[in-house]
Design a protein around this ligand. Structure first.
Ligand code: IPE
Ligand code: IPE
Ligand code: MG
Length: 236
């Protein structure tokens, strides 16, 4: 691969926390805690590999279907993660961004997220994007609504709508599309993740559960990526 195919953005569906815990006779919550520790390692791997953007699927719009106990554990874990890692993000020059309907998360999470987003927004080299209350269809639906309102207000001419117009109305306009999408735990589906942005991403699936996905596993994924031949519809 030449430089134009360099790896700028990795998106990860962090799956398998529950099964990891089950294999160890532990409650699902232990799997989620172990999974959160992996996120810290990923922050270090970003620097090592010089990857500018990492998007992590942490909570989908469908995950509200889980038990109230599990949902509230995940929200507490998010708050704890932010409290414990705000400083580390700053030190490592990583800014935090969120994609998803963040405002529908519990107040104590929104407050902390805004605080960390704010405090890491300057002097950064890397970007960590947490997909929280995120759904790809919801993101596209929200973009259509925003564009519709602008048409109504006379700010957009419907005949001028291009792919760029749609991209500009997604949750995080200006972030380059992921080059590589990794899903752990053996499931091979997209589960409503980044439907628009993944249109030409390389997919990498591994049976490893997320709490076991360490730097060596990430190396494997990255090496596989560099062996792929990205054609984008053209000829090599
Ligand atoms: C991924 O692990 C974490 C979230 C979806 C929040 P799961 O909780 O989906 O783990 P499995 O799929 O049950 O093993
Ligand atoms: C996808 O995992 C969402 C996250 C990792 C946050 P799920 O475990 O929720 O996905 P399905 O239900 O297996 O498709
Ligand atoms: Mg799962």
């Amino acid at each position: 691969m030449d430089k134009t195919d360099s790896l700028k953005h990795i998106a990860i569906i962090m799956d398998g926390n529950g099964r990891w815990a089950k294999e160890r006779d532990l409650p699902r919550s232990e799997g989620h805690s172990a999974g959160a520790r992996r996120v810290i390692d990923i922050m270090e791997s970003m620097r090592k590999h010089g990857i500018s953007y990492v998007t992590l699927y942490a909570f989908s719009t469908e995950n509200w279907k889980r038990s109230q106990e599990e949902v509230s554990f995940l929200m507490d874990l998010l708050a704890q993660f932010l409290d414990e890692n705000q400083q580390k993000l700053k030190e490592n020059k990583i800014r935090l961004l969120v994609t998803g309907r963040m405002e529908e998360l519990p107040e104590f999470c929104v407050e902390r997220l805004n605080k960390v987003i704010q405090s890491t927004s300057e002097d950064y080299q890397y970007t960590l994007i947490l997909a929280l209350n995120y759904g790809g269809r919801q993101e596209i639906t929200d973009a259509v609504r925003k564009i519709g309102n602008k048409i109504k207000a006379g700010e957009i001419d419907p005949d001028s709508i291009s792919e760029q117009t749609v991209a500009d109305h997604l949750y995080l306009p200006g972030i380059p599309d992921p080059d590589l999408m990794i899903r752990t735990s053996g499931e091979e589906r997209i589960s409503n993740f980044l439907l628009w942005q993944l249109s030409y991403a390389e997919f990498y699936f591994t049976d490893i559960y997320w709490p076991d996905f360490d730097d060596a596993e990430l190396d494997k994924a990255i090496n596989t990526y560099y062996k792929r031949n990205r054609r984008f519809g053209g000829r090599p």
